[in-house]
Design a protein around this ligand. Structure first.
Ligand code: ADP
Length: 136
C-alpha cells in the first residue's frame, strides 16, 4: 500500500485519467492521500509577449477547477496542485514536495503508441526518487 500518491494529468488529453485513478485507488491504503497535478506549460517570453497578459494565470485557475470537478466526480477527496513550468521537472518537484511514495503516470498520448513511452513519462521514470507506475 502507498500513502501518498501523485497523479500527473495532462488536461489537454485526459483519456487515460480514468485508468490512472482506478490504479491509484487500488494502491491507496486506508488513509492514503491522492494529489492530482496538472502542469501548465510555461511559454518562452518572446511568445508570451504576443499573448494577452494573464493567460497562464487564467489557464491555471481553469485547471484547478477542472481537477476539483474530477476529484469530486470520482469521490477521491484529492488534494489539487496546478503549477506553471516544464511538465517533467514540475512533476518531479511536486513529488518531492508532497513526499509522494508513488507517481501514477500514463505512458503516452493515445495515437503515439509507436513510442514505447512518451517523453514526459520517460523523464519522470528516469529521474524520480520514488516508485513510478506507468499505465498503458
Ligand atoms: P506524449 O509524449 O505521448 O504526449 P507524455 O510523456 O507527454 O506523452 O505524457 C505521458 C503522461 O505524462 C501523461 O498522460 C500525464 O500523466 C503526464 N503528463 C504529460 N504532460 C503533463 C502535464 N502538462 N501535466 C501533468 N501531467 C502531464
Amino acid at each position: 500500500m502507498f500513502s501518498r500518491i501523485l497523479i500527473p494529468i495532462d488536461l489537454h488529453d485526459d483519456t487515460k485519467a480514468r485508468s490512472m485513478i482506478d490504479a491509484a485507488v487500488q494502491l491507496r491504503g486506508q488513509d492514503g492521500q491522492i494529489v492530482l497535478l496538472h502542469v501548465v506549460e510555461d511559454i518562452p517570453s518572446y511568445v508570451a509577449i504576443e499573448l494577452p497578459s494573464g493567460i497562464l494565470a487564467s489557464q491555471k485557475e481553469e485547471s484547478i477547477r477542472t481537477l476539483e470537478d474530477l476529484s469530486r466526480r470520482e469521490g477521491l477527496n484529492a488534494a489539487i496542485d496546478v503549477r506553471i513550468g516544464q511538465p517533467a521537472s514540475a512533476i518531479l518537484e511536486a513529488a518531492d514536495e508532497h513526499g509522494s511514495d508513488v507517481i501514477v503516470i500514463a505512458s503516452h498520448r493515445p495515437g503515439l503508441q509507436d513510442y514505447l513511452i512518451g517523453s514526459t513519462a520517460a523523464r519522470v521514470v528516469r529521474h524520480s526518487r520514488c516508485s513510478v507506475l506507468v499505465i498503458r
